[in-house]
Design a binder for this molecule. Structure first.
Ligand SMILES: Cc1cc2nc3c(=O)[nH]c(=O)nc-3n(C[C@H](O)[C@H](O)[C@H](O)COP(=O)(O)OP(=O)(O)OC[C@H]3O[C@@H](n4cnc5c(N)ncnc54)[C@H](O)[C@@H]3O)c2cc1C
Length: 449
């Protein structure tokens, strides 16, 4: 196919490589057979492809950083649009905004913003996701307890709708489209450019890692820190203890300017952690934001990075999390998490989460639980068992008011999605009918029959 925007098929070897990449993702559980891959070099080319595919009913899915876990970024029998070429990033310090192509990675965003002494209010922990990909799921980071989602700080989006229209939307212009795209799982449009709001960045931060022996003291302290303003970033993990149980670790971060040092006693003196094991470290803000780079290098070196990742992420009412989390971690099916994986526990504040399509439990005090585990590459039976365990945990979480965070390794039927979106389902259906009439976009989530 060749048109005005230059949709030229790549050479054979490159084509094979592109197809191979587009047929898999970070999850390494689902694979597919796309018809072709468009390496997006211009918005016009994306628009042309969608306009071609839509009326023919051919699936189109954007691929950014490839971090999807269960085929959500794939297009079986259709076209994958590789957004990596749309990666320009322009910081406008006087307006405190940054304009990014959807294929730019968060590492690109952070680099450009910090160079101007600014940063997005919420930055995902891992910087290898793309701007478009993270905005399509919402995006959580260490500052989410104060500032909500990454997507809550978008001023404006430029998108290509499923109807092949190139539109700019915001809270003022096409607000229905804006609402349907943020945390909207790529259902109504592909994001091609985003204007992100920025705030002044701290020069340095002091990072505290505080270990708790019981989930009770952990959740009490984490709740306290999520409510008061002493720390800019609060996150947590459950970590395996030698006695076969679990320790609970709060990671809390206080910004400072390098001159006036935080007084540790004022920050952590009233908390209920074990003071003998606390870890305190000063870092530049850039080092803090890049804190997972080292882990990634290690996981790549050990091969873990390339193994199947049957991850599951849930939003729980915090009062339920106190007993739900230890019960899940005690299950036989979760014991592999002790050796390869991470259990993340992030405090969230209901009233700071604004993107309407992000489903969450009612109430103010929430906990994001991520079971981030790895399975052996040559044991599809183990992967199947873990995906089934995800299903069982999801069902139990729902019974205590929990909600799935989409994007995990959990097959969902259209009926499951209808239940998931609840009262917002009808608005999504309306937006889909309007902006992706042919239902060609991002079929990997399985929202539609
Ligand atoms: C190691 C790791 C760490 C992570 N850490 C965090 C974290 O700290 N916080 C957090 O919130 N999430 C985190 N995630 C989840 C990740 O941010 C989401 O899965 C995100 O959607 C990934 O985007 P991507 O572009 O990298 O992935 P892709 O696989 O390329 O895309 C993911 C989904 O987004 C869609 N998409 C991609 N680009 C666009 C676009 N331009 N327009 C519309 N739809 C698009 C794809 O079609 C697909 O459905 C992490 C994931 C991994 C693997």
């Amino acid at each position: 196919m060749k048109g005005a925007s230059g949709l030229v098929p790549p050479a054979n070897d490159d084509r094979e490589q592109d197809l191979l990449r587009a047929s898999a993702d970070f999850g390494h559980i689902v694979d597919s057979h796309p018809l072709g891959v468009l390496t997006a070099r211009s918005v016009g080319a994306v628009q042309e492809l969608v306009a071609f595919a839509g009326p023919r009913g051919i699936a189109v899915t954007a691929r950014g950083g490839g971090q999807a876990l269960y085929g959500q970024g794939q297009a079986d029998g259709g076209y994958v649009v590789d957004m990596a070429g749309l990666n320009d990033v322009r910081c406008v310090p006087e307006d405190r905004v940054l304009v990014a192509g959807a294929g730019a990675l968060w590492s690109d965003v952070v680099r450009a913003a910090l160079a101007a002494g600014l940063a997005p209010p919420v930055v995902p922990d891992h910087l290898g996701g793309s701007v478009g990909g993270v905005l399509s799921t919402g995006g959580f980071g260490g500052a989410s307890h104060r500032f909500g989602l990454v997507a809550d700080w978008v001023r404006e989006l430029e998108v290509v709708t499923g109807a092949g229209e190139r539109l700019v939307c915001s809270q003022q212009v096409y607000p229905d489209l804006f609402r349907a795209v943020l945390a909207g799982l790529g259902q109504c449009a592909l994001i091609v450019r985003a204007t992100l709001q920025l705030l002044p960045a701290p020069a340095r931060v002091r990072r505290y890692r505080l270990y708790h022996r019981t989930p009770g003291t952990f959740f009490t302290d984490q709740r306290r820190l999520a409510r008061d303003a002493r720390f800019s970033h609060v996150a947590g993990q459950a970590r395996p203890a030698l006695d076969g149980g679990w320790h609970y670790m709060i990671e809390a971060v206080a910004p400072h300017d390098g001159q006036l040092q935080p007084e540790d006693g004022l920050f952590i003196g009233d908390l209920d952690h074990d003071p003998d094991t606390e870890e305190i470290e000063d870092l530049s803000y850039a080092e803090y934001l890049h804190r997972l780079d080292r882990d990634e290098r290690l996981l790549r070196a050990t091969g873990e990075w390339h193994r199947p990742h049957p991850w599951l992420t849930l939003l729980l009412p915090e009062e339920a999390a106190t007993s739900f989390v230890p019960a899940v971690l005690a299950e036989d099916a979760q014991q592999a998490l002790r050796f390869c994986g991470t259990v993340q526990l992030r405090p969230l504040t209901g009233s700071t989460l604004h993107a309407p399509l992000l489903r969450r439990p009612p109430g103010e005090r929430l906990c994001l639980l991520s079971l981030m585990r790895t399975a052996p590459p040559d044991r599809p039976d183990v992967v199947r068992r873990l995906v089934a365990a995800n299903r069982a945990i999801h069902t139990r979480a729902t019974a205590v008011g929990g909600v799935l965070h989409p994007g995990g390794a959990l097959p969902m039927t259209p009926d499951d999605w209808r239940t998931h979106f609840g009262p917002d389902w009808d608005e999504l259906v309306r937006a889909k009918a309007l902006y992706d009439t042919h239902r060609v976009l991002t079929r990997g989530y399985g929202l539609w029959p």
